[in-house]
Design a protein around this ligand. Structure first.
Ligand code: AMP
Ligand code: MG
Length: 367
């Protein structure tokens, strides 16, 4: 009997030791970190992913970034976007089709504050090449005639007509219909492409069994899950007056935190600053009182499109838009130095010492 007890205890201790060993091994595996720097979409991407599967997943992420860049780039002559801009009739690839659909929905939802057909005007300012200039007012007026997302073919419902004549698999299936831009119109998906890419990468990481990762896609931050220790990711929001500093930190898991700011791309002429976010109504940089807009939400593509659009709308319209849309939260910095934070971030936003956050509420009269 005594010997049986002893044997039982030994077996139990052994099982416990194996379990403890396996547990700590697994914990160590989960904390393994892999990181990759990629230059793409005219900026630096840094992807950090944790866990035993992260190394292989990152290699696939790099391929995914290159694939998407080849589809969306305005400068790569073979990209879907460049071909459309040359006036070709093409059947856009699956991702271009999806991103165009998302972008047009956001152009519509923001009443044209986001307008992907701004490209002729962006070129005139030199924001596409870095050869900056302030265009002649008459030239801008002339080019504005080609800016209107509602004229873009995918925006029209159920376009009839034949499929792409160049498409060998040219059935009557609507999926196979060719697409061509009206003469003179050109598009640029720069305001939404990084957010869409972030969503694809998060999806890729998930499908490769990675449950913890942080993506910095040229300042667009997207996080998968929590940190490996289970705590929230802490994402710094830049101070647009001095981007080396921060206005605060937002604690998030499974979210996109995406900023559009006048400081990201700009030039100065005769003492005046001109930035890269333009008002599609005027063709000039949008100056409606905002210096940066950070949008926090579930989907990168939506946060990316909205951050650009809300910047264009300006403080009052941005707040009104937020009140009518429950799906995101935002942090605004105004040109006169106010920091406005929506109520959904009350518990997750920590303000830097030199800043004072004013919270805004869905119900205007709540304080
Ligand atoms: P983001 O950094 O996401 O705010 O995107 C800014 C980029 O989007 C610019 O560099 C332009 O390529 C493009 N852009 C600027 N203004 C607009 C606008 N009102 N609608 C759509 N795209 C824009
Ligand atoms: Mg954007």
């Amino acid at each position: 009997m005594k010997a049986g007890w002893r044997k039982g205890i030994v077996v139990m201790v052994l099982i416990l030791a194996v379990a403890l060993f396996a547990g700590s091994f697994w914990q160590k595996e989960q904390q393994k970190v892999y990181s990759r720097d990629i230059f793409a979409m005219d900026t630096y991407f840094v992807i950090r992913a944790y866990g035993p599967y992260a190394g292989d997943a990152l290699a696939l992420c790099e391929q995914e970034v290159q694939r998407l860049e080849q589809a969306f780039s305005v400068t790569d002559a073979n990209s879907d976007v460049a071909r459309l801009n040359r006036g070709e009739c093409i059947v856009p690839g699956e991702d271009t089709g999806k991103l165009l659909g998302e972008a047009l929905r956001l152009c519509e939802a923001t009443n044209g504050a986001l307008d992907i057909s701004l490209y002729p005007i962006l070129k005139e300012w030199g924001f596409t090449t870095g050869d900056y200039q302030v265009p002649e007012a008459a030239k801008l007026r002339e080019l504005l005639a080609y800016v209107d997302y509602r004229e873009l073919p995918a925006a029209q419902e159920n376009p009839d007509g034949p499929g792409n004549p160049e498409n060998t698999d040219n059935t009557e299936n609507s999926e196979n219909r060719g697409m061509q831009l009206p003469k003179g119109m050109e598009i640029d998906l720069g305001a939404v492409a990084k957010g869409y890419t972030g969503d694809c990468l998060i999806e890729q990481l998930r499908s490769e069994k990675v449950s913890s990762a942080i993506l910095d896609l040229g300042g667009n931050i997207q996080v998968l899950g929590t940190k490996p220790d289970g705590s929230d990711w802490r994402v710094a929001v830049k101070n647009p007056f001095d981007p080396a500093k921060q206005i605060g930190v937002v604690a998030v898991s499974d979210k996109a935190v995406i900023t559009s700011g006048g400081y990201e791309r700009f030039f100065e002429q005769d003492g005046k600053t001109y930035w890269h976010i333009l008002d599609p109504q005027t063709g000039y940089p949008s100056e409606r009182g905002l210096l940066s807009v950070t949008v926090v939400g579930d989907r990168g593509v939506e946060c990316d499109g909205l951050s650009t659009a809300l910047f264009v709308m300006g403080t009052e319209d941005a707040v009104e838009y937020w009140r009518g849309n429950a799906r995101f939260e935002m942090i605004l910095v105004t040109v006169d130095g106010r920091l406005l934070v929506t109520e959904g971030l009350q518990d997750s936003f920590t303000c830097s010492e030199e800043w004072n956050a004013e919270f805004i509420y869905r119900d205007e009269f709540e304080k």
